[in-house]
Design a protein around this ligand. Structure first.
Ligand SMILES: Cc1ncc(COP(=O)(O)O)c(C=O)c1O
Length: 386
């Protein structure tokens, strides 16, 4: 028997009282969109008030974007000057890809079949620029590290990996992958969208070169903003062709004929940043940092094990691993029609996330054991009824 925490080491009831949606629904769709909190709502209103009262306040608005970068850096043990801001992870990936030269012998890009499709698309689009994309296969719902050994060699420019597989929550050991990738002099790009906010991540300890994530999932934010960590030692040589005035040494120099570069990761910034989204994103990340990611992870291991055991007890078919050490907050079950199951469950007060052949149950720090049991009961009824 594993030891089971009866409650998290933070005040669950107080945090729950700040999430109005909990009065009417059980959100288990955090892998897709986390619920609004009183703080994220207040942050959006702070921007609207500033706009309404002052008409225009670029200094405060840009300061808020910088504070959002700082909050993101805090999540991953980086510094704000190693963070760039985008409106999506797709854009962040394109900006990184645009800095790579695929005209020499290092032209291979190694991507996994577990990538969120957008990442695969960005790398495939580089083939026109000389890149060759090869795919690490998914086996039994996960990407075995050994598979990289076949594909990563001295012709590899970059390896692009998902820290957590969006479909079933299987988790990659990115530190071990970094060692393998760097042994061949290649770079490691990590998509942390499905893990940040729930799994401790220290980019220095993990030794990754790039790490990107958006904010609407476990970071408790909204669509339309994403952040990218860039290892400091790489920044000076980066010359993205996806660029714009916020990538300049001084964006307010207004020198159209000068393409200079910010000395920080903001050289990857492009146009006017998504200001209102930065207000909300910062508030969401502040909540996560205040609760504490190690505590969140401990609680989500309890809820994850409950999902695995409870799913088995109800005869549900798990997709992916039963090993909690290799799982994110997401547990997926195979169903015949995931969208019909999602609608059925929503009508019974539970919000899951349908994705292709599976229904994903993704609790977060504010969910309870009762939430998990109710969600599993609703899923079992849905499987019987749909
Ligand atoms: C792992 C992962 N990466 C990327 C994305 C999408 O990125 P974006 O829409 O910000 O480009 C998602 C989900 O939307 C995802 O789950």
């Amino acid at each position: 028997m594993h030891s089971v925490l009866a409650a998290p080491d933070y005040d669950l009831a107080t945090w729950r009282s700040r999430i109005p949606l909990l009065a009417s629904l059980i959100p288990m769709n955090n892998c897709s969109q986390a619920p609004q909190t009183e703080w994220t709502r207040a942050a959006a209103e702070r921007y609207l008030t500033s706009w309404n009262d002052s008409g225009m306040d670029w200094d405060s608005w840009m300061a808020e974007v910088q504070l959002a970068k700082e909050e993101f850096a805090r999540l991953i043990n980086a510094s704000a000057d190693e963070i760039a801001v985008f409106s999506s992870v797709s854009e962040a990936t394109s900006a990184v890809a645009s800095t790579l030269d695929f005209s020499g012998t290092r032209r291979n890009v190694v991507v996994t079949e577990a990538e969120f499709p957008t990442i695969g698309h960005v790398w495939l689009a580089q083939e026109r620029r000389g890149a060759t994309v090869s795919w690490v296969p998914v086996r039994d719902g996960a990407v075995p590290l050994d598979e990289y050994d076949r594909l990563v060699d001295d012709r590899t420019a970059i390896v692009s990996a998902s820290h957590g597989y969006y479909l079933n929550g299987s988790m990659q050991d990115v530190a071990a992958l970094a060692t393998r990738v760097h042994a061949h002099g290649a770079l490691l790009y990590v998509d942390g969208y499905q893990t940040l906010g729930t799994i401790p991540m220290d980019v220095r300890a993990a030794d990754v070169d790039f790490l990107a994530a958006g904010n609407l999932k476990f970071l408790m934010g909204v669509p339309g903003i994403a952040f990218l960590y860039v290892r400091r030692a790489l920044i000076g040589a980066m010359r993205p062709t996806v660029t714009g005035w916020f990538g300049r040494a001084n964006p307010f120099a207004f020198e159209a004929k000068t393409l200079d570069w910010s000395s920080t990761a903001s050289r990857l910034d492009a146009g006017t940043p998504p200001v209102i989204n930065a207000y909300i994103a910062r508030a969401g990340m502040q909540t996560i940092n205040a609760v504490g990611i190690p505590s969140i992870r401990s609680w989500l291991e309890v809820l994850g094990q409950r999902l695995i055991d409870g799913g088995a007890a109800r005869g549900l078919t798990l997709h992916g691993t039963t090993d909690m050490r290799r799982k994110t907050a997401t547990t997926a079950f195979v169903v015949a029609d995931s969208h019909a199951v999602e609608s059925f469950m929503r009508a019974r007060g539970v919000l899951p996330s349908a994705r292709g052949p599976v229904i994903r149950l993704s609790p977060h720090f504010y969910n309870t054991i009762e939430d998990v049991d109710t969600a599993l009961d609703a899923l079992a009824s849905a499987v019987g009824a749909t």
